[in-house]
Design a protein around this ligand. Sequence first.
Ligand code: SF4
Ligand code: SF4
Length: 511
Amino acid sequence: MQATLESLCLALDELRQRIAPERPTFHAFEYRGRRILYDLYSGSLLQPSPAAFELLRGFEHAELTELLADRLTRDFGGVTLESVLAEVTMLADLGLFVLERLETPEERDDSIRRHIELPTRSGQVLVQTSCNLKCTYCYEVAAKFHDTGKSMSLDAGLQSLELLFQRLGKRKHLDITFFGGEPLLNFALVRQLVARAYVRAEELGKTVGFRMTTNGTLLDDEKIAFLVEHRFAVMVSIDGPPEFADRQRIDHAGRGTTAKAVANARRLIAAQRAAGMREAMIRATLTQQNPSREAVAGYFAENDFQRTMIGSSDGRAHEKRWTDFGGSETASANADVERALDQYLESRRDDTVRPPLGFDFSAGLKRVRDGLASGLQVRRTPMCGTGRNTTAVTEHGDLYPCHRYAGEESYRIGTLSTGIDRERLGRYFAEIFDGYDRHCSACWARAICGGQCPWYLSRPDGHVGTPDDASCDEIRRGTERLLWLAAIEAESTSTPAGERSAPPAHGDSKP
Ligand code: SF4
Ligand code: SF4
């Protein structure tokens, strides 16, 4: 007997309750003409029939049942509602559309306690608060951090080392990043601390490695030789061609600094290559004054920089500045990504086509595949390790969860003399966890995104707020693009995009 529309609507409602509860378990989207069903829990990427896709999209966008039933029967000639219901029910029976459980308040408190106790494997020592440059988009300039002090003393530096070794717990290796301001303004202290770090590491049975983030303008032969000798992993900030970069990377007199930084970076890289070392990472920041990724990538290629990273100045969720990327830059950046994706696909098919400069689709693909393979877990521990795998120490001896918070009183988590303030660190983690539960737990991209940079979300009052829609929309758009890429690449290699051995246990959390 033919089911009535009323009974079919009831069946639709039941199915909706089963597979589309209060938080998303799947995302149905269309990209470059392909309809994709992404199941969060299993990490599967499927291509349902067009009618089943419409049904799922209707569920996802909370379309009214009667309207949805009407549209499905009208727009998909020859397809019955019963067959669409059967297709989606079969997927649910196969184990799709599972909703992960969030932690109970007791589990959350427990998780915070565990996070406070976790050993730290790296530290950032801000040996110099001030900087010889005054970049227009710099968050430290905006926060007036550069005006608050000068060089870290030897005593504070030595105490920083002790604290970082102590925070290492049973871990074997400590990574120390020298940061600023501009750390090379206090090169004498860097030398002393490196020498001391070796001694302490040996006494404690540990190993130690060094990193530095610099603007490159103060590098000279002596400093380059030192960085190479001690195998520093160096990041040099260079924003691309001088005609754009010199608008923003300026000294205190407003003069451009790119030529000098580039010449020095080339000497550093030559020395690193000669020593058989991994060469410095060159990092650019796109802003309203320097918006073209393609121009930056081309300039890096001309200078034979092999390891590069191009990011954008995004301000903070609650506070945007005139240099930050806005709507029009984002739209044109998206058009650039689409063109680059075409070129990337072409380069995969044809060896004579070069992969696009400045767009690392392989790295994005890996991140998405990892997310698919681990499926949906309670994933609210920030991937970057803020407050957990890192501790930043300022020239004044104040401690912060990471270098970006330096000088923000609401995020100070202790001092060198009093050590880590467990209560403050616990409050910081509670803010991050609660923010995730409030906002990200209801987002379809949560299994892959995992939440944004906590600093970006942090407000001056110590409250880690919710992300702004524009930045999340950007993340979701990029995630759809990469899911699509994962789906078509899996198809061409016949490897299931989200293959994994067993689904994660409910409530699994990442330490
Ligand atoms: S896109 Fe935004 S809401 Fe979604 S998981 Fe990422 S940060 Fe959270
Ligand atoms: S909180 Fe943000 S700025 Fe700090 S380490 Fe994490 S990602 Fe980086």
